[in-house]
Design a protein around this ligand. Structure first.
Ligand SMILES: Nc1ncnc2c1ncn2[C@@H]1O[C@H](COP(=O)(O)OP(=O)(O)OP(=O)(O)O)[C@@H](O)[C@H]1O
Ligand SMILES: [Mg+2]
Length: 241
């Protein structure tokens, strides 16, 4: 479903990605671990065409993202939910409007349909009571849930998450991770989850990899990664939160 081959991306002299390859099967959830600044967000942005790679190929559901025109990108974004780092909501819009706006931008739906879907997904993430609140009235955990509902409301086949649990307490992190894992199973979605949170990766992922020196150095099941003799990889497992 997602096939990245030999991706290169630099900003001036700063080489961020140097030959990154990754293949994620339909229905699979893959977590990307890695220290701050290693290029995890840059990788996600290349997958949705927010950044243009210098070289390499990005295929999403058999469409070349890296050479797509605006129309092609818009098709890809219709089937891809993106949960940005920090879970940015539109601050001037109510929670409901955050969802219906996203839906109406990508899909032709009536006002009623949009409202029904917004209510459905907000209920699913446990935010029914907050539907008419403004983002500024929500706690950090509620914002993450609202951002998750906003990504889900377009019923994407693919979900890309950038740090879905960062900044949350361990209990809320685990709840959100369970919610993400449940959604993937229920809807058979394909996902990439960027995270520092080893517990989250353990809950949601089928496989994971460590981004280091511009590429995915180690990939495997979480229990396989836990046994790798690399100081940095061990660091993730030593400090689980
Ligand atoms: N648009 C940009 N222009 C210039 N440099 C950028 C741009 N986007 C990212 N970078 C640089 O690329 C490097 C990787 O950034 P990226 O955001 O992918 O890191 P990350 O792995 O997501 O880190 P974190 O865990 O802190 O979120 C950083 O050094 C960053 O400063
Ligand atoms: Mg990042």
């Amino acid at each position: 479903m997602i096939e990245i081959t030999n991706l290169y991306k630099s900003f001036g002299d700063l080489v961020v990605l140097s030959g990154l390859s990754l293949s994620v099967a339909r229905g699979e959830t893959f977590s990307i671990l890695g220290k701050s600044g290693t290029g995890k967000s840059v990788t996600l942005k290349c997958i949705v065409g927010l950044l243009e790679p210098d070289a390499g190929e990005v295929l999403v559901d058999s469409t070349r993202v890296d050479i797509s025109n605006r129309r092609g990108l818009s098709e890809i974004r219709k089937k891809t939910g993106f949960l940005f780092q920090g879970g940015a909501l539109y601050d001037s819009m109510s929670v409901r409007k955050n969802l219906t706006f996203n839906l109406r931008r990508h899909h032709k739906v009536t006002n009623n349909e949009a409202n029904e879907k917004a209510e459905h997904y907000l209920t699913l993430v446990g935010l029914k009571g907050a539907i008419d609140k403004m983002p500024s009235e929500l706690s950090g955990g509620m914002r993450k849930r609202a951002a998750l509902a906003r990504a889900l409301v377009i019923e994407p086949q693919i979900l890309l998450y950038d740090e879905p649990t960062t900044g949350l307490d361990p209990i809320t992190s685990a709840e959100i991770s369970e919610l993400i894992g449940d959604m993937h199973k229920r809807f058979g979605m394909t996902a990439i989850v960027v995270t520092h949170d080893i517990l989250c990766a353990g809950i949601v992922s089928d496989r994971a990899g460590v981004l280091k020196d511009g590429l995915l150095k180690y990939t495997g099941k979480m229990n396989e990664l836990a046994g790798i003799e690399d100081e940095e990889v061990r660091g993730f497992f030593r400090n689980p939160l």
